[in-house]
Design a protein around this ligand. Structure first.
Ligand SMILES: *Cc1c(COP(=O)(O)O)cnc(C)c1O
Length: 385
């Protein structure tokens, strides 16, 4: 067919030679996915991830990322969401309906708590439990409790829950257990071995490692649960961008080495902080004074870069704010899992129902800098208290 210049700008007869191969996963940008013929279009089922139907429902780039993430956790299925928080919301919308009840740990990631407040508008009650309740959670289970959220550890105050006991109690009453497994990246905690039904990850953190992308994942082993979450994923239109998926894929080969380096650095800085008179408590799960340390010891194989400290109550918030401001190598900002160290003060008393400790809480993300340099930086900032 002869084509006008305008049409030839759109339609071309050229086909690149086949046989190109390289290590990186190709980045497929697409809204429209093309079918060979109408029969192929009619036979495509978006839920079966063995064919392509529409960009939102998967491309080779996103399917590859999903498969690799499921593999890391020993799961069978994975769905990607545009942020960790979107992954949390997708789980709630998939598994809860009017009349249901959900339990959340009192130290839960704060936007998850905020989502719990919103659920009331949909006729779902959200109640909060002591993260160290363990088997005691059985007393809180109601016949309409359909979902128990867990976070191991809570990413500000760092209590490590007894996941095995919580899962056993929840399952005995017919509820599912979802775990926000971001802290361990799925590397240092085998969520499904604990009995967890759904593992959620903020890929924004260690999987990306670059502080440059937002993404979340929901990983399961059970086809029926996966199908329910996949319906929510489709109905809410939670696709991710191809370039973002590529950034996360690019981070995966180095993730374990980075995680271990964060872990070594954080333990060194945490141990040093423990020796300081300005600090009353170091909330690092690998240290004995962290609530739930015994659960960490039993269930985890590592700790990564995130932990918190409590300043001695004799220091005012003005003083500890000054400490944070004086840090040179630590950025002031949320998130973690990137190469740069971060520090954030939290008004923990206002976030929790029964917070027992005095003193300001400051959370550290230990990046990939030389730990001795970070210690020297913290020392000079403490001197300005
Ligand atoms: C960051 C984070 C999230 C949310 O991830 P975003 O991609 O920032 O939305 C959820 N849970 C925990 C524990 C996190 O640290």
């Amino acid at each position: 067919m002869t084509k006008s210049l305008q049409t030839s700008l759109i339609h071309t007869d050229y086909e690149a030679p086949s046989g190109f191969d390289a290590f990186p996963t190709a980045i497929h940008h697409a809204s429209t996915v093309l079918f060979k013929n109408v029969a192929a279009l009619r036979s495509g089922e978006w839920k079966e991830k063995n064919a392509y139907t529409y960009g939102l429902h998967g491309t080779p780039t996103t399917f590859t990322l999903e498969a690799r993430l499921a593999g890391i956790e020993g799961g069978l299925y994975c769905l990607l969401a545009p942020s960790g928080l979107a992954a949390i919301a997708m789980i709630d919308f998939a598994l809860l309906k009017s009349g249901d009840d959900v339990l959340l740990p009192d130290n839960v990631y704060n936007p998850n708590r905020e989502l719990g407040r919103w659920l009331a508008d949909f006729g779902v009650t959200a109640r909060y439990y002591d993260p160290l309740a363990g088997a005691g959670i059985a007393e809180l289970m109601q016949p309409n409790t359909k979902l128990v959220w867990t976070e191991a550890p809570g990413s500000v105050s760092m209590e490590v829950p007894d996941l095995r006991a919580i899962c056993a109690a929840a399952h005995a009453k017919g509820a599912l257990v979802a775990l926000d497994n971001t802290w361990s990246a799925g590397l240092a905690l085998r969520a499904f071995d604990m009995g967890v039904d759904i593992s959620m990850q903020a890929l924004t953190k260690y999987q990306s490692g670059g502080s440059d992308v937002l993404m979340g994942a929901v990983i399961t082993r059970d086809r029926a649960i996966q199908d329910r979450i996949a319906m929510a994923h489709m109905r809410l239109g939670l696709g991710v961008g191809a370039d973002d998926a590529y950034l996360v894929l690019r981070g995966l080969p180095t993730m374990k080495l980075r995680f271990e380096a964060h872990d070594r650095g954080a333990r060194k800085v945490a141990a040093w902080l423990k020796s300081r008179p300005e600090i009353s408590k170091v909330l690092h799960p690998a240290l004995e004074d962290c609530p739930g340390h015994e659960n960490w010891k039993r269930d985890f194989t590592g700790a990564g870069g995130l932990f918190s400290v409590l300043f001695d109550p004799r220091y005012t918030e003005e003083q500890t704010d000054r400490f944070v401001d004086e840090l040179k190598l630590f950025g002031i900002g949320y998130s973690w899992g990137g190469a740069n160290s971060l520090a954030v003060p939290y008004r923990i008393q206002a976030m929790r129902r029964n917070w027992q400790h005095g003193g300001v809480l400051v959370r550290f993300n230990i990046g990939l800098e030389e730990p001795d340099d970070l210690i020297a930086d913290i020392a000079q900032a403490l001197a300005k208290l």
